[in-house]
Design a protein around this ligand. Structure first.
Ligand SMILES: *Cc1c(COP(=O)(O)O)cnc(C)c1O
Length: 373
Protein backbone atom coordinates (compact mmCIF):
# COMPACT_ATOMS: atom_id res chain seq x y z
CA UNK A 1 0.00 0.00 0.00
CA UNK A 2 1.33 3.43 -0.88
CA UNK A 3 -0.24 6.71 0.17
CA UNK A 4 -0.19 9.59 -2.29
CA UNK A 5 0.95 12.31 0.08
CA UNK A 6 3.67 12.36 2.72
CA UNK A 7 2.14 12.28 6.19
CA UNK A 8 3.58 15.19 8.15
CA UNK A 9 4.53 15.12 11.80
CA UNK A 10 2.77 18.32 12.79
CA UNK A 11 1.05 21.17 11.01
CA UNK A 12 -1.04 24.06 12.30
CA UNK A 13 -4.81 23.96 11.78
CA UNK A 14 -6.34 27.45 11.48
CA UNK A 15 -10.02 26.60 11.32
CA UNK A 16 -11.56 29.17 13.70
CA UNK A 17 -11.75 32.96 13.73
CA UNK A 18 -8.04 33.45 12.93
CA UNK A 19 -8.66 34.84 9.42
CA UNK A 20 -11.39 37.25 10.54
CA UNK A 21 -9.27 38.61 13.41
CA UNK A 22 -6.13 39.05 11.27
CA UNK A 23 -8.14 40.89 8.59
CA UNK A 24 -9.53 43.14 11.33
CA UNK A 25 -5.94 44.05 12.34
CA UNK A 26 -5.09 44.89 8.73
CA UNK A 27 -8.29 46.85 8.11
CA UNK A 28 -7.82 48.92 11.27
CA UNK A 29 -4.02 49.31 11.04
CA UNK A 30 -3.45 47.71 14.45
CA UNK A 31 -0.61 45.40 13.39
CA UNK A 32 2.10 46.12 15.95
CA UNK A 33 2.63 45.36 19.63
CA UNK A 34 -0.45 47.14 20.95
CA UNK A 35 -4.06 46.36 20.26
CA UNK A 36 -7.15 44.62 21.49
CA UNK A 37 -6.11 41.11 20.39
CA UNK A 38 -2.98 41.22 22.56
CA UNK A 39 -5.11 42.15 25.55
CA UNK A 40 -7.85 39.61 24.78
CA UNK A 41 -5.38 36.80 24.09
CA UNK A 42 -3.61 37.45 27.40
CA UNK A 43 -6.88 37.63 29.36
CA UNK A 44 -8.22 34.45 27.84
CA UNK A 45 -4.93 32.60 28.32
CA UNK A 46 -4.80 33.61 32.01
CA UNK A 47 -8.31 32.21 32.38
CA UNK A 48 -7.34 29.01 30.53
CA UNK A 49 -4.38 28.47 32.89
CA UNK A 50 -6.27 29.56 35.99
CA UNK A 51 -3.71 32.28 36.89
CA UNK A 52 -3.86 36.01 37.65
CA UNK A 53 -1.44 37.18 34.96
CA UNK A 54 -0.57 36.09 31.43
CA UNK A 55 2.03 38.08 29.46
CA UNK A 56 2.42 37.51 25.75
CA UNK A 57 5.90 37.70 24.25
CA UNK A 58 7.88 37.11 21.07
CA UNK A 59 8.48 33.36 21.44
CA UNK A 60 8.77 30.51 23.91
CA UNK A 61 12.50 31.03 24.46
CA UNK A 62 12.22 34.62 25.66
CA UNK A 63 9.24 33.48 27.74
CA UNK A 64 11.87 31.63 29.82
CA UNK A 65 14.47 34.41 29.62
CA UNK A 66 12.13 37.09 31.04
CA UNK A 67 11.31 35.43 34.39
CA UNK A 68 14.99 34.51 34.87
CA UNK A 69 15.84 38.20 34.34
CA UNK A 70 13.04 39.30 36.66
CA UNK A 71 14.44 37.00 39.37
CA UNK A 72 17.83 38.68 38.89
CA UNK A 73 19.57 35.52 37.68
CA UNK A 74 23.10 36.30 36.50
CA UNK A 75 26.77 35.38 36.45
CA UNK A 76 27.70 32.72 38.98
CA UNK A 77 24.13 31.48 39.50
CA UNK A 78 23.05 27.91 38.82
CA UNK A 79 19.66 26.80 37.49
CA UNK A 80 18.54 23.16 37.61
CA UNK A 81 17.10 21.88 34.31
CA UNK A 82 16.48 18.44 32.77
CA UNK A 83 19.18 17.29 30.35
CA UNK A 84 16.41 15.77 28.23
CA UNK A 85 14.70 18.87 26.80
CA UNK A 86 14.69 21.20 23.83
CA UNK A 87 17.76 23.45 23.79
CA UNK A 88 15.77 26.66 24.43
CA UNK A 89 15.48 25.75 28.13
CA UNK A 90 19.27 25.67 28.54
CA UNK A 91 19.93 28.64 26.25
CA UNK A 92 17.65 30.96 28.24
CA UNK A 93 19.76 30.24 31.33
CA UNK A 94 22.96 30.86 29.37
CA UNK A 95 21.65 34.24 28.10
CA UNK A 96 21.69 35.41 31.74
CA UNK A 97 25.34 34.38 32.18
CA UNK A 98 24.20 31.63 34.56
CA UNK A 99 24.95 27.90 34.37
CA UNK A 100 22.33 25.25 33.61
CA UNK A 101 22.88 22.28 35.91
CA UNK A 102 21.57 19.11 34.31
CA UNK A 103 19.47 16.35 35.88
CA UNK A 104 18.59 12.95 34.37
CA UNK A 105 14.99 11.98 33.59
CA UNK A 106 12.66 9.27 34.91
CA UNK A 107 12.16 5.98 33.14
CA UNK A 108 8.38 6.15 33.36
CA UNK A 109 7.29 9.74 32.58
CA UNK A 110 10.54 10.68 30.70
CA UNK A 111 10.53 13.95 32.69
CA UNK A 112 13.10 15.36 35.13
CA UNK A 113 13.69 12.96 38.03
CA UNK A 114 13.04 14.64 41.41
CA UNK A 115 14.99 11.86 43.14
CA UNK A 116 18.15 12.89 41.29
CA UNK A 117 17.63 16.63 41.81
CA UNK A 118 18.68 17.34 45.36
CA UNK A 119 22.25 16.10 44.91
CA UNK A 120 22.68 18.80 42.22
CA UNK A 121 21.70 21.71 44.49
CA UNK A 122 24.57 23.93 45.72
CA UNK A 123 24.69 27.32 47.50
CA UNK A 124 24.74 28.88 43.99
CA UNK A 125 21.42 27.31 42.93
CA UNK A 126 18.71 29.95 42.42
CA UNK A 127 15.89 28.04 40.77
CA UNK A 128 14.54 25.03 38.93
CA UNK A 129 13.11 24.85 35.42
CA UNK A 130 11.03 21.74 34.79
CA UNK A 131 9.83 20.77 31.31
CA UNK A 132 6.50 19.03 30.63
CA UNK A 133 7.99 16.96 27.84
CA UNK A 134 5.92 16.17 24.74
CA UNK A 135 2.79 17.22 26.64
CA UNK A 136 3.23 14.96 29.68
CA UNK A 137 3.24 16.87 33.00
CA UNK A 138 6.13 16.63 35.45
CA UNK A 139 5.56 15.06 38.89
CA UNK A 140 5.29 18.49 40.53
CA UNK A 141 4.66 17.77 44.26
CA UNK A 142 8.14 16.44 45.08
CA UNK A 143 9.69 19.28 43.07
CA UNK A 144 7.71 21.99 44.86
CA UNK A 145 8.78 20.40 48.16
CA UNK A 146 12.46 20.49 47.20
CA UNK A 147 12.08 24.09 45.99
CA UNK A 148 10.48 25.17 49.26
CA UNK A 149 13.11 23.42 51.35
CA UNK A 150 15.99 25.13 49.49
CA UNK A 151 14.20 28.43 48.82
CA UNK A 152 14.29 28.11 45.01
CA UNK A 153 11.88 29.43 42.39
CA UNK A 154 10.20 26.99 39.98
CA UNK A 155 9.57 27.80 36.32
CA UNK A 156 7.42 25.35 34.38
CA UNK A 157 8.51 25.20 30.74
CA UNK A 158 5.11 24.24 29.33
CA UNK A 159 6.02 25.06 25.71
CA UNK A 160 4.79 21.61 24.68
CA UNK A 161 1.98 21.14 27.16
CA UNK A 162 -0.85 23.70 26.80
CA UNK A 163 -3.75 22.31 28.85
CA UNK A 164 -1.90 19.36 30.42
CA UNK A 165 -2.91 18.61 34.01
CA UNK A 166 -1.14 17.36 37.12
CA UNK A 167 -3.58 15.98 39.71
CA UNK A 168 -6.30 18.13 38.15
CA UNK A 169 -4.24 21.35 38.15
CA UNK A 170 -3.41 22.83 34.78
CA UNK A 171 0.31 23.25 34.05
CA UNK A 172 1.63 26.80 34.20
CA UNK A 173 -0.32 27.38 37.43
CA UNK A 174 1.64 25.05 39.75
CA UNK A 175 5.14 26.55 39.92
CA UNK A 176 5.94 30.24 40.40
CA UNK A 177 5.90 30.86 36.64
CA UNK A 178 4.72 28.97 33.55
CA UNK A 179 6.05 29.52 30.02
CA UNK A 180 4.50 28.57 26.69
CA UNK A 181 5.44 28.55 23.00
CA UNK A 182 3.20 29.15 19.99
CA UNK A 183 5.67 28.04 17.31
CA UNK A 184 4.08 26.54 14.19
CA UNK A 185 4.29 22.93 15.35
CA UNK A 186 3.01 23.43 18.91
CA UNK A 187 -0.50 22.52 20.16
CA UNK A 188 -1.77 25.98 19.22
CA UNK A 189 0.27 28.50 17.25
CA UNK A 190 0.71 32.19 16.48
CA UNK A 191 3.47 31.53 13.92
CA UNK A 192 6.09 32.56 16.42
CA UNK A 193 5.05 33.60 19.90
CA UNK A 194 5.12 32.88 23.59
CA UNK A 195 3.25 33.41 26.88
CA UNK A 196 4.23 33.67 30.53
CA UNK A 197 1.78 32.81 33.34
CA UNK A 198 2.09 33.69 37.02
CA UNK A 199 0.12 34.53 40.16
CA UNK A 200 2.96 36.75 41.41
CA UNK A 201 1.87 40.33 40.66
CA UNK A 202 5.23 41.90 41.52
CA UNK A 203 7.06 39.50 39.21
CA UNK A 204 4.50 40.11 36.43
CA UNK A 205 5.09 43.87 36.73
CA UNK A 206 8.86 43.41 36.46
CA UNK A 207 8.53 41.13 33.41
CA UNK A 208 6.14 43.59 31.74
CA UNK A 209 8.71 46.34 32.23
CA UNK A 210 11.61 44.28 30.83
CA UNK A 211 9.52 43.10 27.87
CA UNK A 212 9.05 46.72 26.68
CA UNK A 213 12.66 48.03 26.81
CA UNK A 214 12.14 48.86 30.51
CA UNK A 215 10.54 52.21 29.66
CA UNK A 216 9.49 53.97 32.86
CA UNK A 217 5.68 53.56 33.05
CA UNK A 218 5.37 57.07 34.54
CA UNK A 219 7.81 58.88 32.25
CA UNK A 220 7.77 58.18 28.52
CA UNK A 221 11.17 57.57 26.88
CA UNK A 222 12.91 57.44 30.22
CA UNK A 223 14.82 54.22 31.01
CA UNK A 224 16.25 53.26 34.38
CA UNK A 225 17.79 49.97 33.22
CA UNK A 226 18.53 47.84 30.18
CA UNK A 227 15.35 46.24 28.86
CA UNK A 228 14.38 44.09 25.90
CA UNK A 229 11.99 44.23 22.98
CA UNK A 230 10.27 40.90 23.58
CA UNK A 231 6.71 41.91 22.64
CA UNK A 232 4.12 39.95 20.63
CA UNK A 233 2.30 41.75 17.80
CA UNK A 234 -1.45 42.25 17.57
CA UNK A 235 -1.34 40.20 14.31
CA UNK A 236 0.13 37.20 16.14
CA UNK A 237 -2.29 37.62 19.04
CA UNK A 238 -5.20 37.70 16.55
CA UNK A 239 -4.14 34.26 15.32
CA UNK A 240 -3.58 33.15 18.91
CA UNK A 241 -7.03 34.22 20.08
CA UNK A 242 -8.65 32.32 17.21
CA UNK A 243 -6.61 29.24 18.14
CA UNK A 244 -7.30 29.54 21.87
CA UNK A 245 -11.07 29.84 21.32
CA UNK A 246 -10.80 26.37 19.72
CA UNK A 247 -8.30 24.78 22.06
CA UNK A 248 -10.75 22.13 23.27
CA UNK A 249 -11.08 20.97 19.68
CA UNK A 250 -7.29 20.96 19.16
CA UNK A 251 -6.70 19.00 22.37
CA UNK A 252 -9.58 16.65 21.58
CA UNK A 253 -8.14 15.81 18.16
CA UNK A 254 -4.72 15.08 19.67
CA UNK A 255 -6.30 12.77 22.23
CA UNK A 256 -8.28 11.03 19.48
CA UNK A 257 -5.09 10.42 17.50
CA UNK A 258 -3.10 9.31 20.58
CA UNK A 259 -5.82 6.95 21.81
CA UNK A 260 -6.08 5.40 18.39
CA UNK A 261 -2.31 4.76 18.41
CA UNK A 262 -2.51 3.33 21.94
CA UNK A 263 -5.30 0.91 21.00
CA UNK A 264 -3.48 -0.25 17.88
CA UNK A 265 0.09 -0.35 19.20
CA UNK A 266 -0.05 -1.41 22.87
CA UNK A 267 -0.09 -5.10 21.96
CA UNK A 268 3.37 -4.75 20.37
CA UNK A 269 5.13 -3.72 23.57
CA UNK A 270 7.74 -6.43 23.08
CA UNK A 271 9.20 -4.43 20.15
CA UNK A 272 8.41 -0.84 21.20
CA UNK A 273 6.61 1.16 23.88
CA UNK A 274 4.87 4.55 23.90
CA UNK A 275 5.58 7.39 26.34
CA UNK A 276 3.23 6.35 29.16
CA UNK A 277 0.54 8.49 30.79
CA UNK A 278 1.07 8.45 34.56
CA UNK A 279 -2.02 7.96 36.80
CA UNK A 280 -1.86 11.56 38.06
CA UNK A 281 -1.37 13.01 34.60
CA UNK A 282 -3.46 14.37 31.79
CA UNK A 283 -1.11 14.02 28.83
CA UNK A 284 -1.93 16.37 25.95
CA UNK A 285 0.07 14.41 23.37
CA UNK A 286 1.82 17.28 21.66
CA UNK A 287 3.81 14.42 20.18
CA UNK A 288 3.20 10.69 20.37
CA UNK A 289 6.58 9.06 20.97
CA UNK A 290 7.87 5.55 20.30
CA UNK A 291 10.70 3.84 22.18
CA UNK A 292 12.29 0.87 20.41
CA UNK A 293 13.00 -2.23 22.51
CA UNK A 294 16.52 -3.66 22.58
CA UNK A 295 15.42 -6.66 20.59
CA UNK A 296 14.90 -4.46 17.52
CA UNK A 297 18.35 -4.76 15.99
CA UNK A 298 18.01 -1.86 13.58
CA UNK A 299 19.03 1.57 14.85
CA UNK A 300 16.45 4.24 15.54
CA UNK A 301 17.68 6.19 12.51
CA UNK A 302 17.31 3.11 10.27
CA UNK A 303 13.69 2.58 11.35
CA UNK A 304 13.00 6.29 10.77
CA UNK A 305 14.52 6.07 7.26
CA UNK A 306 12.30 3.09 6.42
CA UNK A 307 9.21 5.05 7.53
CA UNK A 308 10.33 8.09 5.53
CA UNK A 309 10.53 5.87 2.44
CA UNK A 310 6.90 4.92 3.17
CA UNK A 311 5.96 8.63 3.13
CA UNK A 312 5.73 8.94 6.91
CA UNK A 313 7.54 11.86 8.55
CA UNK A 314 9.07 11.15 11.96
CA UNK A 315 11.61 12.97 14.08
CA UNK A 316 14.18 11.86 16.63
CA UNK A 317 13.57 12.59 20.29
CA UNK A 318 15.68 15.48 21.62
CA UNK A 319 19.40 14.88 22.09
CA UNK A 320 20.21 15.42 25.77
CA UNK A 321 21.97 18.70 26.50
CA UNK A 322 25.10 16.99 27.88
CA UNK A 323 25.80 15.38 24.48
CA UNK A 324 25.94 18.63 22.48
CA UNK A 325 28.82 21.14 22.18
CA UNK A 326 27.36 24.12 24.12
CA UNK A 327 26.57 21.97 27.19
CA UNK A 328 28.90 19.02 26.68
CA UNK A 329 29.97 17.02 29.72
CA UNK A 330 32.97 14.76 29.44
CA UNK A 331 32.12 12.32 32.23
CA UNK A 332 28.35 12.41 32.08
CA UNK A 333 26.04 10.16 34.06
CA UNK A 334 22.54 10.46 32.60
CA UNK A 335 21.79 6.85 31.64
CA UNK A 336 18.01 7.21 31.32
CA UNK A 337 18.15 10.25 29.04
CA UNK A 338 20.89 8.61 26.94
CA UNK A 339 18.84 5.44 26.53
CA UNK A 340 15.49 7.09 25.71
CA UNK A 341 17.04 9.67 23.40
CA UNK A 342 18.99 7.12 21.37
CA UNK A 343 16.06 4.74 20.84
CA UNK A 344 13.08 7.09 20.61
CA UNK A 345 11.30 9.05 17.92
CA UNK A 346 8.05 10.99 17.41
CA UNK A 347 5.40 9.80 14.98
CA UNK A 348 2.83 12.03 13.23
CA UNK A 349 0.47 13.56 15.80
CA UNK A 350 -1.22 16.35 13.87
CA UNK A 351 -4.89 17.09 14.48
CA UNK A 352 -6.06 16.20 10.97
CA UNK A 353 -4.78 12.60 10.78
CA UNK A 354 -7.47 10.24 9.48
CA UNK A 355 -8.15 6.74 10.82
CA UNK A 356 -6.84 5.38 7.54
CA UNK A 357 -3.55 7.26 7.90
CA UNK A 358 -3.16 6.13 11.51
CA UNK A 359 -3.77 2.49 10.43
CA UNK A 360 -1.15 2.86 7.70
CA UNK A 361 1.44 4.38 10.07
CA UNK A 362 0.84 1.63 12.65
CA UNK A 363 1.09 -1.19 10.14
CA UNK A 364 4.33 0.13 8.60
CA UNK A 365 5.87 0.74 12.05
CA UNK A 366 5.05 -2.78 13.26
CA UNK A 367 6.22 -4.29 9.98
CA UNK A 368 9.64 -2.58 10.07
CA UNK A 369 10.25 -3.39 13.73
CA UNK A 370 9.31 -7.06 13.36
CA UNK A 371 11.37 -7.28 10.18
CA UNK A 372 14.49 -6.09 12.03
CA UNK A 373 14.64 -8.38 15.06
C1 LIG B 1 9.35 24.92 21.57
C2 LIG B 1 10.02 24.91 22.89
C3 LIG B 1 10.58 26.05 23.47
C4 LIG B 1 10.82 27.35 22.75
O1 LIG B 1 9.84 27.88 22.05
P1 LIG B 1 10.10 28.84 20.78
O2 LIG B 1 8.78 29.49 20.64
O3 LIG B 1 10.50 27.98 19.65
O4 LIG B 1 11.17 29.83 21.17
C5 LIG B 1 11.06 25.99 24.77
N1 LIG B 1 11.03 24.84 25.46
C6 LIG B 1 10.54 23.70 24.94
C7 LIG B 1 10.54 22.48 25.78
C8 LIG B 1 10.05 23.69 23.62
O5 LIG B 1 9.59 22.55 23.10
Amino acid sequence: MKVAERITLASPVLNGNEREYVLDCIDTGWISANGKYVTKFEEKFAEFCDVKHALSCANGTVAIHLPLLAYGVGQGDEIIIPTFTYIATANAVKYCGATPVLVDCENDSWNIDPKKMEEKITPKTKGIIVVHLYGHPVDMDPIMEIAQKHNLFVIEDAAEAHGAEYNGKVVGSIGDVGTFSFFGNKVISTGEGGMITTNNSELAEKMRLLRGQAMDPKKRYWFNEVGYNYRMTNLQAAVGLGQLENIDWHLGQRRRVAESYIVKLSQFNDVFTLQPEMPWAKHTYWMVSILLADKVKASRDEIMALLEADGIETRPLFYPMHQMPPYYEEHSNYPVADQISSRGFNIPTNATLTDEQIDYICSRLVFHCNNNL
